[in-house]
Every structure is written in structure tokens, then in C-alpha cells.
Ligand binder design. Structure first.
Ligand SMILES: C[S@@+](CC[C@H](N)C(=O)[O-])C[C@H]1O[C@@H](n2cnc3c(N)ncnc32)[C@H](O)[C@@H]1O
Length: 377
């Protein structure tokens, strides 16, 4: 768990504001819904609240679309409900309800002849790398959240932790096939993370980048394409790192890349790189492990060396949906780490000794946020 800043014990809680108490009163709600200026606010608030109430149905509609591969079917051709139902091996009356629901969520649209087609938003389900894989594996998280009271009390034994065995250490992924399955889901979603990370930072002065916890090399592949003179090292667990070799060979990067296997829990990090990236690594680990990892990175870097952290982060003082209402719960179900804010990560970097710590505003916080620091010269 990350160090949590909780306000000190409140001896006499302040009464909730008059506006809040008014908004909760049915008589006020009835009155406000008739007043011209307030009517619109009341309606918008009502709609927003109902979207939250129904959110779990929306997620399951999404998952049904993905598991039936309806976006894939409709990417090939617009189809009538009957043809979609036949391919889904489901009664047309039930599939019609799913298609209508997906239409209401702006994922599908009806064509003039009554067939179904993808909207631009729906097309993303078929085209955004890693998105359908991410939605498909949400059945696990969905089960973990089925009893939210028990979940938040810490009384459940979430399945998600078992889904991602590598975070428990090298021993858990001795089976290379298991490691390959988990790495594939990460690698598929890496292109967007790499694009946003590289749009946020400049590596122009860097000669050698080491990606720690670099998986099967998808991030370094993107870096290598953007910086043709850069030398690169990938460091990951022995069951994962060797899988990067094929990717580097296929991308013509074999000459510029070195693959190093090891565990940052037990082994020192290799030296020689003047920048180290940690992409979607910290949130899998406790503050203690993160402190030790950052110290190892600091030790491995030369004076003036840079550290780059990129992963989905919480909003901190200004909570935001992706980080606080998704990744924070996801990490809690994983039980091994925690989602942190840019400020929390910046503080961890500062305590390790890094300076010039920067927290650039994320373009798409649901993809990734970045924090960078420099080892003093
Ligand atoms: C969430 S994945 C991220 C992979 C990649 N950076 C990405 O963004 O796609 C975390 C990575 O950290 C690696 N990892 C976990 N524990 C590790 C350890 N003790 N030493 C080295 N790598 C580790 C995992 O094998 C995995 O590849």
C-alpha cells in the first residue's frame, strides 16, 4: 500500500453544508425540477447518477460484445440482427436486446436497411490494440468486486492476484507459457502507452536507455523506432526477458539491444545506461519494494542520469476517474501494489535522491502519466 495521507482524527465533524442537505430532500428536488434555471442541472445530475447506477450493466454489455466478437464481425460487414445472432449462436430476440443496448451506448448504429454497423467509438473495440483483451479479462475483476463491502473491508480473496502471477517473483513464472500469456496482454496494450510516454519526454540527450520490467520489449521497440541511435537494455525476470529477442530481431533492433534477466527484488540492476525507464512497473509493488527499486536505479545510473516512470496514476488531490475509480481498485484486487499519484511518485523519487523531478500533465490519464527525475551530477 502507498503511504496514505489521511487527515488527522477529527474530534467534532462539521455538519454537511446546507446545499447538500437541500439537494438530498425530495421536496427540494421536486421544486428544483420545475424552476427553469435549475431544471437542466437537476436533469443532468439525474442522468449522470443513473449512468453510475447502471454502470455495471454497461460493462457487461461491453464484455458480451467483445466475447461474441461482434466488433470484429461488424468491422468486416454491416449485418442484420439475425445474422449476428446466428454467429453468436444465441436467440435473435436476446441478441436484439444486446444490439439495442450497444446502440444506446453509442457503440453501434442502425443503417438505413436496418442492419447494425460500428460507430467510431465501437470501431475502437475492434481496432485499439489490447482493448478487447483488457475487457475480456475483466470477468475476473468483476467477480472480485461482486461483494464491494467485503472487498473494501479487505475480507475477500481476489482472483485477480492469481491472474498475474509474475508480480509475486520469478518463482511464480517458471513456466514460460504462463509468462508468455500474461506478457502478451501487456505487450498488446503497450503501443498506446509508448506513444503517450514518448510524446511527453525527450530522449535526445540519452545514449543508452534501460527498460526495467520491460516485459517482451514492446516499449523499447517503440523507443528504438523513434530514436535510431539509442542503445537499449531490457531487464526483466528470466521467464519473461528472453521473449524480447524475437521482437528485437523482427524490428531489426538486435544490434542495439541487450537482454538481461534478473529480479530487481534480489539482483542489482545492470550499469551502463544513462536513463532508466519503469513502465507500468511501480503500481504492481508495495512502497518498500518501490523504494528499493528506485534506490537500485539510482545506484545503477551515472551522475546526470535520468529516470522515467510511466504508468496510469491516480489524481491525488484531484481524483480522476481512470486512476481513482479503476486502476486504484484494480491494484487493490491485485493485492501486491497500489496506484499512486504523480505527487506520490515524485515524493518517492525525491526521497531516493533524484532532483529536477517533473510531473507533466498527462494527455490521456487513462493510458498513462509520466514522472521524471535526474540523478544529481
Ligand atoms: C505490468 S508488466 C509491464 C511490462 C511492460 N513494462 C509494459 O508496460 O508492457 C510488469 C513487468 O515487470 C516485470 N517484473 C515483475 N517483477 C519483477 C522483478 N522482480 N524483476 C524484474 N522484472 C519484474 C514483469 O515480468 C512484467 O514484465
Amino acid at each position: 500500500m502507498a503511504d496514505v495521507d489521511l487527515p488527522c482524527a477529527v474530534t467534532r465533524p462539521r455538519k454537511s453544508s446546507r446545499l447538500v442537505r437541500l439537494a438530498a430532500a425530495p421536496a427540494f428536488q421536486r421544486w428544483a425540477s420545475r424552476v427553469p434555471l435549475l431544471r437542466r442541472i437537476v436533469r443532468n445530475e439525474g442522468e449522470a447518477l443513473f449512468d453510475l447506477v447502471a454502470g455495471f450493466c454497461h460493462s457487461q454489455i461491453l464484455q458480451a460484445l467483445v466475447k461474441f466478437d461482434i466488433p470484429g464481425m461488424l468491422l468486416e460487414a454491416e449485418l442484420p440482427a439475425r445474422a449476428i445472432a446466428a454467429r453468436c449462436q444465441a436467440p435473435v430476440e436476446r441478441i436484439a436486446v444486446l444490439l439495442q443496448a450497444a446502440q444506446s451506448l453509442h457503440l453501434l448504429r442502425r443503417t438505413r436497411d436496418g442492419s447494425y454497423a460500428l460507430t467510431v467509438r465501437g470501431a475502437a473495440l475492434a481496432g485499439v490494440p489490447g482493448l478487447s483483451g483488457m475487457i475480456a479479462h475483466h470477468d475476473v475483476l468483476y467477480r472480485d468486486l461482486a461483494d464491494p463491502v467485503a472487498f473494501f473491508r479487505g475480507e475477500t480473496d481476489p482472483e485477480l492476484a492469481a491472474f498475474w502471477p509474475y508480480v509475486f517473483g520469478a518463482g511464480a513464472v517458471e513456466d514460460p507459457n504462463t509468462a508468455a500469456t500474461y506478457s502478451a496482454l501487456m505487450a498488446d496494450s503497450q503501443s498506446l502507452v509508448a506513444a503517450d510516454t514518448l510524446a511527453t519526454i525527450r530522449l535526445s540527450g540519452v545514449k543508452h536507455l534501460m527498460d526495467v520490467g520491460g516485459g517482451t520489449g514492446a516499449f523499447l521497440e517503440a523507443v528504438g523506432a523513434a530514436y535510431p541511435a539509442l542503445q537499449m537494455t531490457l531487464f526483466d525476470l528470466p521467464a519473461v526477458a528472453p521473449h524480447a529477442a524475437n521482437r528485437f530481431a523482427a524490428a531489426d533492433l538486435a544490434d542495439r539491444t541487450t537482454i538481461q534477466s534478473g529480479s530487481f527484488r534480489d539482483d542489482p540492476l545492470p550499469t551502463g545506461a544513462d536513463a532508466i525507464s519503469l513502465v507500468r512497473v511501480l503500481y504492481d509493488h508495495t512502497d518498500d519494494t518501490v523504494r528499493r527499486l528506485l534506490t537500485a536505479a539510482y545506484t545503477a545510473l551515472p551522475p546526470g542520469g535520468r529516470i522515467i516512470i510511466s504508468e496510469p496514476m491516480t489524481g491525488g488531490e484531484r481524483p480522476e476517474r481512470a486512476g481513482d475509480a479503476y486502476f486504484a481498485l484494480y491494484c487493490m484486487a491485485m493485492q501486491t501494489g497500489t496506484a499512486r499519484s504523480q505527487d506520490q511518485i515524485a515524493a518517492l523519487l525525491g526521497k531516493t535522491g533524484f532532483q529536477n523531478v517533473l510531473t507533466p500533465r498527462a494527455k490521456r490519464p487513462f493510458i498513462t502519466s509520466v514522472v521524471t527525475g535526474v540523478k544529481p551530477a
